[in-house]
Each structure stands twice: as C-alpha cells, then as structure tokens.
Design a binder for this molecule. Structure first.
Ligand SMILES: Cc1ncc(COP(=O)(O)O)c(C=O)c1O
Ligand SMILES: N[C@H](C=O)CCC(=O)O
Length: 446
C-alpha cells in the first residue's frame, strides 16, 4: 500500500507562493484544508480515478472535482471532443450547434424540463432561476433550507452548507440586510415548518429552492413525503418549486435525482424549474437552468427577465459536457453503484471494527460519513458530529494515498473509472484511518 509522509514540500512551496497573491492561497475556500489542517495538495495531473500532486504522489480521487468527473479524469472521448472543439475556436459569441445539442440532451434526460438556458456556473444557474421565479410570480420572498448550498448567490448564503458549514459561518458578510430579509430559512425535512411559513406569508413567496437531495451538509436525502410536500404546498400558494440538481443532476441517475425520485417523489407534479451544473460541464464551466416553457419564456429576449453571459454556451465547455453526457450510459450508472456499494460497505465495516460511532448516508453514487450515532435529517443533526474524528480519518487516508473531501460537510464522489484496483486501494487504507478516527473521537453533545 502507498504510504506518504504528512508533509508535502512541493505543495507547501506552491501554497506559500499562492498565499502571497490569493486570499487563503485558494480560489474556493473548502480547498484550503482549514477544517482539517495541513497543506492542501496542489495537483498537476489526473488520469482515470487518480490524481498526482506536485510532489509526484498519486492519490485515489474521491472528490472528482466535487462531482463533475463522473467518467474519471481525462476520459479519452471527452478529451477528443475538447481537442476537436478547441481546434475549431475557443469562443464565438454567437450561437453554435453544441449548445443546441447539449440543451437537447438535457431536455431528453429530464422529462419535466422543456427549455434550458446555458450559463457558466451553478451559482449563475441558481441566481438566474430565482430572478426568473421572482419575475414570473411578481413576488420577492424565497424559501431555502438550512444546510443547503446553492452557490454563493447573496440571498442564498444564509445558513448555507458547503464552505459556509465547514467554517461554521451563519451567513456571509457583505450581504445587505434588506436582501437577507428576502430569504426565509427553514429546517430541512420539516413539513410543519414549511406549512406554517406558507400559511403566514404564502402570498409573498416567489419560490422554494431546495437541493434535490442535499449533499452540501454531507449527504442528507429527503425523508419520504418531504419532496411531495414541497410540491403540494408551493402549488397551493402559487409559488414555484426550484429543484437544484447542480450536484445530483446526471449523477444520481441518467435524469439525476428526478430520475430516482421522479413522479412518485414529487407526487403532485414535477418541479417548475431545475438547475444543473457539474457533470453536464464534464469538468469545464458549463451549467444550466430550465423547466416549464411558459416560465422560461419570461427570459430575455422573449420576456422581461434579463439574463446573459459572454461565455455562456462556450463551444469547448459544451463539447466536454455533451461528450460526458453521451458517455453516461446505463453501464456507467451500474459501475457507479458498484463502487459506491463497495466503498460504503468497506467504510462501515472498518469503522465498526474500530468502534467508531458513525452513520453513512447515500443518494445514488453520492455518499458521506457522519461521525455520530443516528440518522442525519437536517443541518442541526449534521452539525452534531465529531469533526476532529473526521479530520484524523481524512489525514490518515491522505497519507495512504486517498484524497477525500477536506470537510465533514461535503459529499464523497466516485467515477465510473474507479476500477477494482482503485477500490482496493481505498479499502486497504480504511482500517488504519478508522483507528486514527477512534483515537481522535471526542465525547460531544448530540
Ligand atoms: C447544489 C449546488 N448548487 C449550486 C452550486 C454552485 O455551483 P458552482 O460552484 O458551479 O457555482 C453547487 C456547488 O458549488 C451545488 O452543490
Ligand atoms: N460543495 C461545493 C460544491 O458543491 C464544493 C465546491 C467548492 O465550493 O469549491
């Protein structure tokens, strides 16, 4: 088994350079390792299930660029599509065929989506979707759930997941209080709280936005009936339902979370709008929002809600996204399921053997481990876990050549390129990491 020392001199040298010119040395906060300590690894290449860092060490990658790399790194067909697209030109600032083909692929996969608009990031997708919902309904309030993350949109940062959870922030400085007042934050999976807020303020609520199955406070799937309640209550009050599938989209199934929960989950009908990102960009900056044609018709140039982007529908990004989706076949989803089964079973057995309290939660091929007893159903229960135990586990895995998300509040991601050799490397590292977690486990109030 690979064993690496904890210090990483080449990464540290790059971090020192980065710190001089970039806040925290990183371009997205969770990457900085602040929640687990130590030196973030600066990667130089990725191939299949592996990443190689600046010190020449190879890691099994269980981050997969936070979800997009569903086929693994440098997948030959995606690489070829990108190379061909780049040969034809980098950006046209005009419509081009790949944009149409990618939109057609999304519409074909997610049945309720009639039209999409392409953007460059998940943040842009959610920001645009809530503007569209406000324009369509003529209302201003937005309901979101604690622990859900929808990108760094001002009004959606309240009690958000991901880095906001990792660093235990209530929200973000720099968001005007008037804007924060337009957002109502509710506990996830709490139907009475939802009904109560709609009974009081339903006529002013433009939309409820939810992660289709949250993965930014760790993985916390909706309890049976919760998604149906979201649809029922929003429909009763004339508000839109926005399902944020930036993380789950095209990963949990061909049609994302909707493909798993589908009509049965939504019961009274599909969401009005969806947001997508990550997998549909194949590792490049492409994202989308879409849904009902009558709502999408409100967008400029056909309607009064303005939304635009210089690089939206970029030909290289759309080529990568299209090639990725075209290769996300049934076999890919079968393999993602097998890898997830093997890893979640292995993690559970190793932690059981070491006597470490834990619960593993999963949504398709997204999963995470909470170092605590009992199911996690919302942000409060997600926070009541032993973060130092996670940090010890994380570092032991890293020293053994397995790259996990550097936060207890993030999903782990696998790819279809995780073959048996890569899975075995992870499984071999688990007993030592479980022992490290056992040693670190502290008694906390739960
Ligand atoms: C559910 C969800 N929505 C939105 C976003 C924002 O996407 P991006 O980071 O591409 O802006 C993310 C991830 O960051 C996400 O996980
Ligand atoms: N949880 C985030 C997105 O899903 C992680 C990506 C980031 O913010 O860097």
């Amino acid at each position: 088994m690979t064993a690496y020392p904890s210090d990483a001199p080449a990464s540290q040298a790059l971090l020192d350079r980065a710190l001089a010119v970039t806040p925290g040395g990183v371009n997205s906060p969770v990457r900085a390792f602040r929640a687990v300590g130590g030196t973030p690894r600066f990667m130089v290449s990725g191939q299949g299930p592996y990443l190689t860092d600046a010190d020449g060490r190879e890691y099994v990658d269980l981050v997969c660029s936070w979800g997009p790399m569903i086929l693994g790194h440098s997948h030959p067909a995606v690489l070829e599509a990108v190379q061909q697209a780049a040969t034809r030109g980098f950006s046209f600032g005009t419509p081009s065929e790949n944009e149409v083909a990618l939109a057609e692929e999304i519409v074909a996969r997610v049945e309720p989506v009639e039209q999409v608009r392409l953007v460059s990031s998940g943040t842009e997708a959610t920001m645009s979707a809530i503007r569209l919902a406000r324009g369509f309904t003529g209302r201003s309030l937005i309901v979101k759930f604690a622990g859900c993350y929808h990108g760094h949109v001002d009004s959606l940062l309240a009690q958000a997941g991901s880095g906001v959870a990792t660093f235990a922030l209530p929200d973000s400085a720099g968001v005007p209080k008037e804007m924060a007042a337009e957002t109502i934050v509710l506990p996830y999976n709490d139907i009475p709280a939802l009904e109560e807020v709609f009974a009081e303020r339903g006529a002013d609520i433009a939309a409820v936005i939810t992660e289709a199955s949250p993965g930014n406070m760790g993985v916390v799937p909706p309890l049976p009936g919760f998604t149906a309640a979201l649809r029922r209550v929003t429909a009763e009050h004339g508000a839109l339902l926005i399902s944020d599938e930036v993380m789950t989209g095209f990963r949990c199934s061909r049609a994302g979370w909707f493909g798993l929960e589908g009509d049965a989950g939504y019961a009274a009908g599909a969401p009005d709008l969806f947001t997508f990102g990550k997998v549909m960009g194949g590792g490049f900056p492409a994202a989308a929002f879409g849904g009902r044609a009558d709502v999408m018709a409100m967008l400029a140039p056909t309607g009064p809600v303005y939304q635009a982007g210089t690089l939206s529908g970029n030909p290289v990004a759309t080529a990568a996204g299209l090639a990725t989706l075209q290769h996300c076949t049934d076999d890919v989803y079968t393999r993602l399921g097998e890898v997830s089964d093997a890893l979640t079973t292995g993690v559970g057995e190793a932690l059981d053997a070491a006597g470490v309290p834990h619960v593993i939660q999963r949504a398709g091929s997204m999963f995470s481990v909470f170092f605590r007893d009992g199911a996690v159903t919302d942000y409060d229960t997600a926070r009541a876990q032993d973060v130092p135990a996670f940090a010890a586990f994380f570092h032991s895995m890293l020293d053994q050549g397995v790259h996990l998300p550097p936060s207890a509040f993030e999903s782990w991601f696998v790819s279809a390129s995780h073959d048996d050799a890569a899975v075995d490397r992870v499984l071999a590292a688990l007993p030592t990491a479980a022992s490290a977690a056992a040693a670190a486990f502290a008694t906390i109030d739960r």
